[in-house]
Write a protein that binds this ligand. Structure first.
Ligand SMILES: [Zn+2]
Length: 496
């Protein structure tokens, strides 16, 4: 057999490791990269057999002249748990070159969840009640395997989901010993069935009253399964430094790999604190596995909650279950329209979502440039008028932060969104362009790549992405999805 699936020729390879670019051709067969060779070669080895290049046939040839070929991007911080079933093309992500999403972040995961009562914030971010149909990870995985999407998915287990179902919605206190044991059982089962770890959303009502001991006890379950602990910390504003210390302590006492989610300094009075937090993180990294991710914007987005409104310079309300035809509007204007105070408005239109302008560029630049910071969009796909990060995160890091601002090289930018992420989350044979690795690839124009989604028009695809390949199948080309659903459910496997 002299015929293989794809030849990507004359591309500039940035392989995800952080090493310098080089020119080469890539051969893909099935879902794997089977050869990488430069133009000086007249023959290549594939599976220990020598082939004359002149004798080889390829079903498809992609000319990548003057384009970058890199591993598909890994979005380490998503809330795509339900979105993979709603839009199987996953256009919001593949249009950016993303081929793998980590879901189940911020303490909320669609599985495992066996509960039919009212759910506290921020669980409604996952969707309405009909979305909560997976009592265990196995049922979630089965549904995805029956109806896969165009990206790979990996799932964390949300601490808030454990709390709400075990404590029967009584979440305004620490869990009892019995309840912690029940949560541990559900978590352990989730890990056995393919969850890659535990996430928390300690800043939200669903988990805010959980003491550190509760988290440590749960996180201890992870070690045996090489699970990862990711955390939306208790506080990202006035008590940011205390929260980083709390996270370091949890990681240390539970002896688990830990990721600080969407690291930021929220609220004007906390600007500049990243100097201190990054110093703490750098110090802790010497003794334990500690990492962080961030998104490249100075506004955040989540549910509309009073304590988040208070510290923001400006708030845009983006949706409300109570006001069906709500136009995106500034919270002050909306309060005037409803003839009430802002506090009254928040109560009146809840559950609702908002975008909060509350961070400083200097903190963001410092955090995103920090050695090994990974990229996670934190996009909210259920939002009719989402934060632009949902469609823009990855091209923005490449076009704005690397090419225009020169905060780091393109090689380093790609490392932050590929191999660093695969390594940290234990995604085997992903995140590198290497023989024998899965063919998750993106081909893009380094001169043109840039985000186009804005706060006004957040659903605009980025520019500069040519072709996106997931498990050896083209999923995005000529500025549109191909609707080929080649994604797989990824279970974590630690590298160490
Ligand atoms: Zn979060």
């Amino acid at each position: 057999m002299n015929e293989f699936d794809y030849l990507i020729k004359n591309g500039i390879i940035i392989d995800g490791s952080g090493n310098d670019r080089y020119e080469a051709n890539i051969v893909i067969n099935g879902n794997k990269i089977i050869s990488i060779f430069d133009n000086s070669k007249t023959s290549i080895y594939i599976k220990n057999k020598n082939y004359n290049l002149a004798d080889l046939n390829f079903k498809n040839v992609i000319d990548a002249t003057s384009k970058i070929v890199s591993p598909g991007f890994i979005d380490v911080h998503t809330h795509d748990d339900q979105n993979i079933f709603v839009d199987r093309s996953m256009s919001c992500k593949i249009s950016q070159g993303v081929t793998t999403c980590i879901a189940g972040n911020c303490g909320i995961s669609l599985a495992p969840f066996d509960f039919s009562g009212n759910v506290p914030a921020p669980i409604p971010l996952l969707g309405d009640k009909n979305a909560y149909r997976f009592p265990n990870v196995k049922s979630y995985k089965n549904e995805f395997q029956k109806q896969p999407s165009s990206i790979n998915i990996s799932l964390l287990t949300g601490h808030s989901m454990l709390r709400v179902q075990v404590m029967n919605g009584e979440i305004n206190r620490g869990a009892t010993k019995d309840e912690i044991n029940k949560m541990k059982e559900i978590l352990e089962n989730a890990l056995i069935e393919g969850s890659i770890g535990l996430s928390t959303g300690l800043a939200y009502p669903a988990a805010n009253d959980a003491p550190i001991e509760e988290i440590i006890e749960l996180a201890k379950v992870l070690k045996k399964y090489n699970g990862i602990f990711t955390t939306h910390m208790r506080n990202e504003g006035d008590n940011l430094v205390e929260s980083v210390n709390e996270t370091i302590k949890i990681g240390k006492l539970a002896d688990v790999r830990t990721v600080i989610s969407h690291h930021k300094c929220a609220g004007r009075s906390n600007w500049g604190k990243s100097k201190e937090t990054l110093k703490l993180i750098k110090e802790a990294k010497k003794k334990q596995h500690l990492d962080l991710d961030c998104y490249p914007y100075t506004a955040s987005s989540t549910m509309l909650l009073k304590h988040f409104v208070e510290r923001a310079d400006k708030v845009l309300v983006t949706w409300s279950d109570k006001v069906a035809d709500l136009e995106v509007s500034d919270i002050d204007k909306l309060a005037k329209k409803f003839k009430c105070t802002i506090d009254e408005l928040v109560e009146k239109i809840y559950p609702a979502g908002a975008i909060y302008f509350q961070m400083d560029d200097e903190d963001l630049n410092r955090i995103i440039s920090f050695d090994g910071t990974m990229i996670g969009s934190d996009g909210l796909p259920g939002d009719k008028h989402p934060h632009p990060r949902l469609w823009g995160t990855f091209p923005r890091v490449l076009g704005k932060y690397s090419r225009e601002m020169k905060l780091f090289s393109l090689e380093e930018a790609i490392y932050k969104m590929t191999f660093k992420s695969a390594k940290t989350f234990g995604l085997e044979k992903r995140g590198l362009i290497k023989k024998g690795y899965f063919a998750d690839l993106v081909i893009f124009d380094p001169k043109k790549i840039i985000d186009k989604a804005t706060y006004e028009k957040p659903l605009t695809p980025a520019l500069g992405i040519d072709t996106v390949i997931n498990n050896g199948q083209i999923v995005w080309q000529s500025k549109k999805p191909t609707n080929i659903y080649s994604g797989v459910f990824l279970e974590g496997k630690s590298f160490s």
